[in-house]
Design a protein around this ligand. Structure first.
Ligand SMILES: NC(=O)c1ccc[n+]([C@@H]2O[C@H](COP(=O)([O-])OP(=O)(O)OC[C@H]3O[C@@H](n4cnc5c(N)ncnc54)[C@H](O)[C@@H]3O)[C@@H](O)[C@H]2O)c1
Length: 354
């Protein structure tokens, strides 16, 4: 049995991790300051949406809740004292907000991660750490690859047809404040790992989607499109909609967390690119067409200028994580999108509040 601390456990990925590990009989501590709603520009959503996942977890007797802040060293150190694993998902996770309050973004993502690592290093239990990093650490270098257009969508040229690998350069390019703060955390986790101080894995993730994700324009585009299409609200496409992402269903990600925790002793600050990979990609226009078919209504779309630093294509090369951890995604795009549609149709009360 594991004793797992999940920072950001009240958020989308953290709450899925908490629900899974609790249902497997582990002891779980959910540590969150419930601040997510503050980072969203789309303020029509209410605070209670941010509490949904926290409240969802209350049905588990083996989940303990701590309302705490990773920026506060003492709070996180105390929470980590008796655990043997930390899944660090807490973050300011919106690129848009990172431009608005760069200090808060830095303090949460960079300093907060350092605090988590220090908590792990100081603990007698020597907990392993999972760090939820992001493909945004590769910054503008991804756009320098150039793209080709095939069948109404952008694709990488042949050299990167399997996606972006872990040794792709991160230097000599523009990032975003979010990209910088997450990269700082990513480098610290590598450093503590290479020094042999903390067993850890860094998962540089692309787009993760799934139930209980209350996506908005700022974060979580697949859920945002699904919610808007069901509610018949207009969707703004920044650019031409041919941009492509690999998408990974959240339960596949949690399955990867489990695989790493089972073999944690082998890994010290190892970096893995994680996503749906080349077999699970979607362009924005393709998702719109899929939703029209599945929901039976054509989503209303407005077009606007490209957003700064938006990547035209991002696909993760998942060969390394497949080779080293024996992991690959199981849930295909059609199945994942169906699950999301069913979730929102079955939870009309929450849909009304978004
Ligand atoms: N969802 C994705 O597609 C995606 C892609 C790449 C990386 N990530 C990373 O995965 C992690 C989880 O993302 P998510 O989509 O679940 O985000 P989320 O916003 O749903 O969850 C983050 C949680 O962290 C909490 N939090 C924020 N600041 C905190 C603080 N100072 N102290 C304690 N808790 C705090 C929030 O209240 C929220 O519940 C983040 O680190 C994010 O950068 C997510």
């Amino acid at each position: 049995m594991n004793r797992i601390l999940i920072t950001g456990g009240g958020g989308f990925i953290g709450s899925h991790a908490a629900a899974y590990f609790a249902s497997e009989g582990n002891k779980v501590i959910v540590f969150d300051n419930l601040s997510r709603w503050q980072f969203l520009k789309s303020n029509e959503r209410r605070k209670e949406i941010a509490l949904y996942n926290w409240n969802y977890l209350k049905k588990f007797d083996n989940v303990r809740f701590i309302k705490g802040d990773i920026r506060k060293k003492q709070e996180i150190e105390k929470a980590a004292e008796k655990v043997n694993a930390i899944i660090h998902t807490a973050a300011q996770a919106a690129v848009t907000y990172s431009f608005e309050d760069r200090r808060a973004d830095f303090e949460i993502n960079a300093l907060g991660t350092l605090n988590v690592l220090e908590a792990a290093r100081k603990s007698k239990e020597k907990p392993a750490v999972i760090y939820c990093s992001t493909n945004k650490v590769y910054g503008e270098n991804v756009n320098k690859i150039g793209v080709e257009e095939k069948n109404g969508r952008y694709v990488f040229p042949t050299k990167y047809s399997r996606g972006i690998p872990e040794d792709f350069p991160i230097d000599g390019c523009g990032h975003t404040p979010y990209g910088c703060s997450k990269l700082a955390g990513d480098l610290y986790v590598q450093d503590y790992g290479k020094r042999g101080e903390v067993n850890s894995a860094i998962f540089r993730m692309g787009c993760i989607y799934g139930t209980r994700q209350f996506g908005s324009e700022d974060q979580g585009w697949v859920a945002h499109f699904v919610i808007s299409a069901i509610k018949e609200k207009p969707i703004t496409i920044y650019g031409d909609g041919k941009q492509v992402r690999d998408v990974l269903y959240v339960t596949d990600l949690i399955n990867l967390f489990k695989k790493f925790l089972d073999r944690r002793e082998e890994y010290f600050g190892e970096v893995f690119n994680v996503g749906g990979g080349p077999d699970n990609t979607l362009s924005l226009l393709e998702l719109l067409r899929m939703l029209e078919e599945k929901i039976g209504k054509k989503p209303t779309v407005n077009y606007s200028d490209w957003r700064p630093s938006d990547q035209k294509v991002y696909v993760s090369n998942i060969s390394k994580v497949n080779r080293k951890l024996g992991w690959k995604p199981k849930v295909g795009v059609e199945e994942g999108v169906d699950n999301l549609i069913s979730f929102f149709k079955e939870n009309k009360d929450i849909l009304e509040k978004i």
